[in-house]
Design a protein around this ligand. Structure first.
Ligand code: OAD
Length: 236
């Protein structure tokens, strides 16, 4: 069986990680969709770093939930499987989804990279730094290695998605916990399900993808996904 899963912030919501849109996403009265931009970083890099450091800390303290576990189970049980997540947290990885079965299309919050040169490093440890980190090679400002609004997606990660889509149509496509604001999320879901796949949306709210879904599951991901995965595994 060939399966594509697309996830967004809603899948980590039940682990206590705030989503981006909606009132729960606000941080110090600021709109996260305005903080995750190159303009915000140029204007106030300290503010943007404070936000990312707080998010890193919250993610380190969080635990994966039943939705992450269900998706990992599906990844193990399915021969041809890809998870494309917009989440920059490591909760999918922590429950054992192998790196080759997962694309973090918006980057990895635990990677810091130079805003000018090729330097990058992993920040596994808790950070004690509060100022602005500088590149040890070229002294430019370091930044989180995530994709901000208006920035290009990584060519390498895009190619991995395209390779999977080019490998044939899927039987099952699951889209969970995302507002599907970005055209490419809808595009990938539709292309993967082009030959009559089941397109299952898991989201308490309606999204632009809803009208294409063959099944709309209006429940929290941690409740719905364990059941859906059981059904898919039985089918396969
Ligand atoms: P959003 O914050 O836009 O949307 C979260 C979605 O999850 C909403 O549609 C909610 O209805 C849904 N949701 C909330 N709780 C849920 C639950 N318990 N179970 C299932 N669904 C739930 O997050 P994303 O769609 O992931 O990008 O946002 C996409 C991108 O926009 C992010 O990756 C980030 C953001 O700006 C960048 O930073 C480039």
């Amino acid at each position: 069986m060939r399966v594509l899963v697309l996830t967004g912030a809603g899948v980590s919501a039940e682990s206590g990680i705030p989503t981006f849109r909606g009132k729960d996403g606000y941080w110090r009265n600021l709109d996260p969709t305005k903080l995750a931009t190159p303009e915000a970083f140029a204007r106030d890099p300290q503010l943007v770093w404070d936000w990312y450091r707080e998010r890193r800390q919250r993610i380190r303290n969080a635990r994966p939930n039943a939705a992450h576990e269900a998706i990992a189970r599906l990844a193990h049980q399915t021969e041809e499987f890809l998870l494309v997540t917009q989440n920059v947290d490591d909760l999918h990885a922590r429950v054992g989804v192998a790196a080759e079965k997962m694309v973090q299309i918006h980057g990895d919050i635990f990677v810091t990279r130079c805003s000018r040169c090729e330097f990058e490093r992993h920040e596994y440890e808790q950070e004690h730094e509060h100022g602005l980190p500088r590149c040890p090679d070229c002294h430019a400002l370091l930044r989180p290695s995530v994709v901000w609004f208006g920035e290009q997606l990584s060519r390498n990660e895009l190619e991995r998605v395209e390779d999977f889509l080019g490998g044939g149509p899927c039987e099952i496509v699951i889209v969970a916990g995302t507002t599907a604001t970005f055209g490419y999320i809808i595009d990938w879901a539709l292309r993967a399900s082009r030959d009559g796949a089941q397109l299952i949306e898991v989201n308490p709210e309606e999204t632009p993808l809803s009208r294409f879904a063959t099944q709309q599951v209006r429940e929290p991901a941690a409740i719905a996904l364990p059941r859906i995965v059981d059904e898919v595994i039985t089918l396969g």
